[in-house]
Design a binder for this molecule. Structure first.
Ligand code: MF3
Ligand code: CO
Ligand code: CO
Length: 270
């Protein structure tokens, strides 16, 4: 078991798959309003990936060890749902917060990204959680450069999120990505500086913190996929796919509709 470093050809392929994944989120954004169902969003996303982009939606029938095949083309996780929510026929309502997680496959390469969306007007607490989770992801991203370690990323995220009075989900993590959906290494969103694998140019992995407003504990629902907070507190998640460059990082899952960078971030590639 080793970390697959990507060469120039792999990096070119990953740039395309990742941009396309981000563009699915751009396409969906104006549609996410009270009344639409997550099944409708799933169908629109599926058709856009397949018919417009010429991509394969990676989640559909994805069946890692111990899981039954995932039945839909995207993940939609609402309010206290942490991740892997399965689209259904229930309409979204004003005040919901929603994570949409898109993974495309283009020419065999995977691009993986998610954003939070507000459905109509949302509470101050919900907006704050979404924004600070976005910032937590970026605190992790800016740590990425050769010589840094995975523990530096996890520590930066945990320190920020806990400093804001929130908690970090431990059971799910970022991951290497490329020809495989989930490759080595695991990218924990908590940890200690200077520990774990050293980053080297050509690594590509996701950073995708799940941050809870309440306690960090989670449970899995009977559908075998949906993860929720045990205390039913709100949870948020953002995800980017990131390349380690010779001098820093390049965020691959950017598109025209990507939200503005936090003020402490100066660049998306360095
Ligand atoms: N996209 C998720 C991730 O970021 C994984 C979803 S697996 C699925 O790793 F089967 F639920 F789609
Ligand atoms: Co991922
Ligand atoms: Co994802």
């Amino acid at each position: 078991m080793t970390i697959q470093l990507k060469d120039e050809e792999g990096i070119r392929g990953m740039r395309v798959a990742c941009r396309l994944a981000a563009e699915v989120l751009d396409y969906l954004e104006p549609l996410i309003k009270p009344g639409i169902t997550t099944n409708e969003i799933d169908k629109l996303a599926h058709d856009y990936m397949v018919d417009v982009q010429g991509c394969i939606p990676a989640p559909l029938n994805y069946a890692p060890n111990g899981y039954k095949p995932y039945p839909k083309s995207i993940c939609t996780s609402i309010n206290h749902q942490v991740c892997h929510g399965i689209p259904n026929d229930k309409p979204l309502k004003k005040g919901d917060i929603l994570n949409v997680d898109i993974t495309t496959i283009k020419d065999g390469w995977h691009g993986d990204t998610s954003r939070m969306f507000s459905v109509g007007e949302t509470s101050i607490a919900a907006r704050r959680l979404c924004q600070l989770t976005f910032e937590a992801m970026w605190h992790g991203i800016v740590m990425v450069k050769p010589g840094a370690r995975l523990g530096d990323i996890g520590y930066a995220i945990q320190r920020f999120a806990e400093g804001q009075g929130c908690s970090v989900v431990r059971e799910f993590c970022g991951h290497g990505i490329g020809r495989g959906f989930h490759e080595e290494p695991q990218v924990l969103h908590y940890g200690k500086p200077g520990t774990l694998e050293e980053l080297v140019p050509g690594m590509i992995f996701t950073i995708e913190p799940m941050i809870n407003a309440g306690r960090r504990d989670i449970k899995e629902l009977g559908d075998g996929w949906t993860i929720v907070t045990r205390d039913h507190s709100l949870s948020a998640q953002w995800e980017h796919t990131v390349l380690v460059t010779p001098t820093g990082y390049e965020v691959l899952t950017l598109s025209a509709g990507s939200p503005a960078l936090p003020s402490f971030v100066t660049t998306t590639a360095c």
